[in-house]
Ligand binder design. Structure first.
Ligand code: SF4
Length: 267
């Protein structure tokens, strides 16, 4: 029985998150941060269009020297970090899930999101999830994914992440589900099945858009098979960027969805 000495040697490998952070959490490419504006970098001449064209998904915008990244569009390819490390960096924090789509654009400005709207979203979610804090069942729907998110979702049930320890379970039936975890660009062919799955779930129900494809359509938007994410098909409660989001980022989004953790940017 080789697993006995191996178990004694390795000890407990299951993450303690969210109780305490893991040392390897910062190794994931969770998102991109803007660390400087082009006009302030060593007096170097910068052409705004060159910076914008560098991004394959149009996630980077520069308006009057004000550089911003839309994490909902970003596929975390790392090209901007490799080519302009004085402007961009990988964000070391895995907690990137947000309640408002507008707050995925960084740096987020006060005018991007109305405090009242955000408070309303939080209060609405809190009222719905009060009954779900001890146990939550998730129905996952692939609405046109490339498969990347599915690998990370499958990892949630392995011994390292072990979501069952937190009372989180996956279910095959939408009628048993409290939370709908949607991946993929929201293809035209999946619009009907996705809507029927949501309608079959009992209230209260929470929807998470997982990954940049689910938020905006990713690399294949705009194109004939997708309307650009699932936000136009369902009322999304939690947005988690990444391509794909890591298991820890997904876990954070699930715990935000059931009201056990705060979303990104919360005091
Ligand atoms: S990581 Fe890639 S997709 Fe994301 S902003 Fe940079 S260049 Fe664009």
């Amino acid at each position: 029985m080789p697993w006995v000495p191996r178990g004694l040697r390795d000890g407990i490998i299951t993450t303690r998150y969210p109780g305490r952070p893991d040392s390897y959490g910062g190794d994931f490419r969770a998102a991109i941060d803007v660390i400087a504006n082009p006009v302030s970098t060593n007096g170097r001449a910068t052409h705004d269009l060159d910076i914008e064209r560098m991004c394959p998904t149009g996630a980077i915008t520069v308006e009057a020297g004000d550089l911003r990244v839309d994490r909902g569009r970003c596929i975390v390819c790392g090209r901007c970090v490799a080519e302009r490390p004085e402007l961009f960096a990988f964000n070391p924090d895995i907690e990137v899930a947000a309640l408002e789509r507008a707050t995925l654009v960084v740096p987020t400005r006060d005018c991007d999101v109305d405090d009242g709207t955000l408070e309303q979203a939080r209060a609405d979610l809190a009222a719905r999830v009060r009954a779900l804090r001890r146990s939550v069942h998730i129905r996952h729907v692939d609405a046109g994914s490339d498969g990347g998110e599915e690998w990370e979702i499958a990892a949630l049930t392995n011994p390292v992440y072990d979501v069952q320890r937190l009372g989180v379970f996956f279910t095959a039936s939408p009628r048993h589900a409290d939370l709908l975890l949607v991946t993929g660009a929201g293809t035209v062919g999946m619009a009907g099945p996705l809507r029927r799955t949501w309608e079959a779930m009992p209230a209260p129900k929470i929807v998470i858009a997982a990954g940049s494809d689910a938020i905006t359509g990713g690399l294949i938007h705009p194109s004939y098979p997708t309307g650009g994410g699932v936000g136009g098909l369902l009322p999304v409660d939690v947005w988690v960027p990444g391509s794909p989001p890591s298991p820890l980022s997904l876990l954070h989004a699930i715990l935000v969805g059931v009201g056990l953790l705060a979303p990104r940017g919360s005091p």
